[in-house]
Design a protein around this ligand. Structure first.
Ligand SMILES: *[C@@H]1O[C@H](CO)[C@@H](O)[C@H](O)[C@H]1NC(C)=O
Ligand SMILES: *[C@@H]1O[C@H](CO)[C@@H](O)[C@H](O)[C@H]1NC(C)=O
Length: 398
């Protein structure tokens, strides 16, 4: 793969023109409950309306008083999964959102239910505002009547007692990395009961194409693909995927999905490749030219990704005329090639200073003068001999 772009500068034509708070102890946090209301519109079609409602996630026990009586309270009672231990770096930078979760018709009883009970699910996502992690949790609210309805009315000021059934998180929701780098995409999960039936899957989506990279089922103990440590997976819910050294094809969206029936979550991780260009100029830091000579100066950028690069030449003092060949006037200027690329915070600069001199004429004068002198010397030496010869021939005639 050769990625190269050449910015060409002909004999200096350029005259500028081209050129916190402790996390474990937190008792509650504000949240948005994004409620869905399905209505029939004027044409009789079903439409989903989203309503943002104030809510509080309150970590305490069943029957506790709500901290904010004016909001909907999702009371999170203790379970084997404490989501607070997954939050790093304080709650200030956290966005919390709760939505309803539909099991899409899958009826699987969650362990620990009484015969007459059924679950109503909510999904709660924590996004770190600087993109350090995304944590998705399934909140299980148990109803004590047998009439199965997933869709319960949630009133303002209602208290919903829940517990965390499943948490899936990534600490690498968005990764930017160079080429030929070793990289592990983080994905981790925890379930509130032992011997849960878990299926873990990794897929990559790139330019509309999906590739399955890895699958594992705890029920069969079988896996396909590579990159995930099976021991870490079954012992600690560590589903992190180790990638081969990065290439352009590593780019895309990676999906770490965890299925614990009836719950399913797919966590997206975006991977972008960013490799800065290597920049070179084919002349040294100074370039000496004589008037009338031509020199092609190239500024090369290679090895970069993505394939967008901008190369420009600049002359230190900006002029306006276009000079196809160096003139004495161009002498003493500094010419700088600047390369702009997405992977560079500031452009790469490569410069050289130009000196233009007039062709040396002294030697020509010296040569001409030498020739004339030589001619005179020869003449002076030849004249007497010529005269002698003439005299002799004259004598013969007489
Ligand atoms: C796992 O799945 C098997 C077969 O579907 C079922 O018999 C078993 O009870 C499940 N285990 C748990 C803990 O849900
Ligand atoms: C999880 O697994 C990855 C890859 O197998 C490994 O690099 C990482 O250290 C593990 N994390 C923990 C917390 O064990």
């Amino acid at each position: 793969m050769i990625i190269a772009f050449a910015g060409v500068l002909f004999a200096l034509l350029s005259s500028g023109a081209c050129g916190s708070q402790s996390v474990q102890n937190v008792l509650w946090l504000p949240c948005q409950f994004v409620d869905e209301i399905i209505r029939l519109n004027s044409e009789g079609h079903r439409e989903t309306e989203y309503h943002h409602r104030d809510a509080v996630l309150q970590f305490s026990n069943t029957g506790d008083r709500p901290i904010n009586p004016n909001a909907i309270t999702f009371l999170v009672t203790a379970s084997k999964v404490d989501i607070r231990r997954y939050v790093e770096g304080g709650w200030d930078a956290l966005q919390c959102e709760i939505r309803r979760y539909s099991t899409s018709g899958i009826v699987v009883r969650w362990p620990g239910l009484g015969a007459q009970e059924h679950d109503v699910w909510f999904i709660c996502a924590f996004h770190h505002s600087e993109g350090r992690f995304v944590i998705t949790t399934f909140l299980r609210h148990t109803l004590a009547d047998s009439g199965f309805t997933e869709w319960i009315q949630v009133e303002d000021r209602q208290i919903l007692t829940t517990s965390v059934a499943l948490v899936v998180l990534t600490r690498t929701p968005s990764v930017r990395v160079g080429l030929m780098k070793d990289l592990t995409l983080h994905c981790q999960f925890a379930v509130d009961h032992k011997q849960a039936n878990v299926t873990v899957e990794w897929r990559q989506q790139r330019r509309g194409e999906r590739t399955k990279l890895f699958t594992y089922s705890s029920r069969t103990g079988q896996s396909e693909g590579s990159g995930v440590s099976l021991r870490g997976l079954s012992n600690a819910g560590n589903a992190s995927l180790k990638l081969p050294p990065t290439t352009q094809a590593s780019e895309g969206t990676y999906m770490c999905s965890v299925l614990v029936p009836p719950l399913y979550i797919s966590q997206d991780i975006t991977l972008s490749i960013l490799e800065p260009p290597r920049v070179s100029v084919n002349v040294g830091s100074s370039l000496a030219l004589t008037l009338g000579a031509e020199q092609k100066v190239m500024c090369d950028a290679e090895g970069y990704y993505p394939l967008d690069v901008t190369i420009e030449w600049q002359r230190e003092r900006v002029g306006s005329s276009f000079i196809p060949q160096p003139s004495l006037e161009d002498s003493g200027y500094k010419y700088t090639c600047r390369v702009y690329h997405k992977a560079l915070l500031t452009p790469v600069r490569k410069s050289f200073t130009l000196s233009v001199t007039e062709p040396d004429t002294t030697w020509w004068y010296v040569s001409v003068l030498g020739f004339i002198i030589l001619m005179i010397v020869i003449l002076v030496w030849l004249m007497p001999q010529l005269n002698d010869a003439r005299r002799q021939s004259a004598r013969k005639r007489f």
